[in-house]
Design a protein around this ligand. Structure first.
Ligand code: GDP
Ligand code: MG
Length: 461
């Protein structure tokens, strides 16, 4: 593990050209570094905390001016990390930022690891782990709803909810433990059935929370939709329509798309990555073979398939192969080229894939595209499970797994109580359940898991 005592520094803004760029420094040396490399425009008696100060960054060795800046000094513990923080707001050129950073490091800091500022905020109890993760989610949010969910997590709504449940589990545990320690007083304690019933209620609440994950993850990770079909049915034309740009080459020559092309667009609030693939048929060349193999690969890894069929032709063996191999996946049929005379046998199609929704479109003329998007949306968001974004939702796989573990242990405790087993068994399960719930907020978490979480952050965060 890297030293928590070190003073760390990093460029906090993206590396590129901008009006300003920010270098962030955190740790005990932050103030000393400021005094060494910052020359205030007005005589500073002390570096007043939580104020912006105007002046120059200098290289103390040569006394040359590196940039004219504003700095903020935030005395710990009233800062993001809980430590002394120095923020240098300089001009936003990569070379300026690099030069000042090098000076900061010379003056007594080391380069921060990815996520290290946020990790310190967590270790110094400024935020809990789910809030730390929310920061990363906010930064990478791909939709407004995903962003709203991350903000609600940052505000600690999920943590509060889990804390309330944990504290109720703790109450049950205390009762069980006193039953273990003072068995003769059992009569004055609530009977096992009462505790079992309470555990059931608490797990119901957790189940309701878990049920939000299916939808929550869509807002966070989005959906991967593969556009599949034999050559020349209009897949690339459809991709261009769906993403509203000429992204893929459209050509009457079958086998034009060889690699795959991917582009993200939103359907309502869900980010959807549309992937256009090579037309599936018996390949005519090795390059095409590779494309077709890749297409099958993409197909099986998709969250959903848009199977494009040419409505002006009868179904072919290639169409049927694709339909049959996609039976177990969420899919819709996009019957294309409705501007041409209709020849596709729709009854045969519905016999081949009963229950799969068919939509008539013309990718070339843009007809039926909105209805297709609506159909794709309802494949994932079915109305009985609409959640308000203001409601606490789970969007993180790690949280989901920890809560599932807690539910399992709580139900196991409940069964043990109802079977009249010694309260020690239930108590043991509840202790473990509390640990599992504590993993979400990071109250009980292994060092290596922590490292893994923070290593996915960017440097300077
Ligand atoms: N008439 C008609 N032609 C279309 C339509 N969509 C695509 N095409 C044509 O079909 C051919 C193949 O289209 P393309 O998008 O490259 O198909 P892909 O091979 O499945 O990617 C091109 O000549 C397109 O202009 C449509 O809705 N109506
Ligand atoms: Mg194509």
């Amino acid at each position: 593990m890297v030293g928590l005592k070190d003073t760390i520094a990093a460029i906090a803004t993206p590396l590129g050209v901008g009006g300003i760029g920010v270098i962030r420094v955190s740790g005990a040396n932050a103030g000393a570094i400021a005094r060494l490399i910052f020359k205030p425009s007005k005589q500073l008696v002390e570096l007043k905390s939580h104020y912006l100060h105007h002046g120059d960054i200098i290289s103390p060795e040569t006394n040359t001016i590196l940039d004219e800046v504003l700095i903020a000094f935030l005395k710990g513990p009233h800062s993001f990390t809980g430590e002394d923080i120095l923020e240098i707001h300089c001009h936003g050129g990569p070379l300026i930022l690099q030069t000042i950073l090098a000076e900061v490091i010379k003056a007594g800091a080391r380069l921060a690891e990815p996520g290290e500022f946020t990790k310190r905020a967590f270790l110094n109890n400024r935020i809990d782990l789910s809030q730390a993760e929310a920061i990363a989610e906010m930064i990478s949010a791909q939709s407004q709803k995903g962003l709203n969910l991350a903000i609600s997590q940052l505000k600690g709504y999920l943590s509060q909810k889990l804390k309330a449940i944990s504290s109720a589990v703790m109450d049950a545990l205390v009762i069980l433990e006193s039953a273990i320690d003072f068995p003769e007083e059992q009569l004055t304690l609530p009977p096992s059935e009462d505790i079992a019933q309470q555990l059931q209620q608490l797990t119901d609440e957790l189940h309701a929370l878990l049920a939000t994950y299916e939808q929550g993850k869509l807002y966070r990770y989005g959906i991967r939709a593969v556009i599949a079909g034999k050559p020349n049915v209009g897949k690339s034309s459809l991709l261009n329509r769906l993403v509203g740009a000429r992204r893929a080459i459209v050509s009457h020559i079958p086998g034009t798309t060889r690699d795959f092309i991917s582009e993200t667009a939103h359907i309502k609030d869900i980010p959807v990555q549309f992937i256009d693939t090579a037309g599936i048929r018996n390949p005519k060349s090795t390059v095409e073979r590779a494309g077709v193999e890749l297409a099958w690969e993409k197909l099986s890894a998709a969250d959903m398939l848009i199977i494009v069929l040419d409505g002006s032709e009868k179904l072919t063996v290639e169409d049927i192969e694709i339909i049959e191999k996609s039976r177990n996946q969420k899919s819709v049929f996009a019957i294309n080229k409705t501007d041409l005379p209709h020849r596709l046998e729709e009854e045969k199609l519905s016999r081949l894939a009963p229950g799969v929704h068919s939509l008539h479109i013309s990718a070339k003329h843009g007809e039926g595209i909105d209805a297709l998007k609506e159909a794709l949306y309802t494949l994932f968001i079915n109305s009985p499970h609409q959640y308000e974004t203001s409601q606490v939702m789970i969007t993180n796989m790690r949280h989901k797994m920890a809560i599932e573990k807690a539910v399992h242990l709580m139900l196991q405790a409940k069964t043990a109580l109802l079977q009249g087993l010694s309260p020690e068994f239930a108590a043991m399960d509840l202790k473990e359940a509390l640990n599992a719930l504590g993993e979400v907020t990071g109250k009980t978490i292994e060092e290596d898991v922590l490292d893994k979480i923070f290593s996915t952050f960017c440097i300077g965060k």
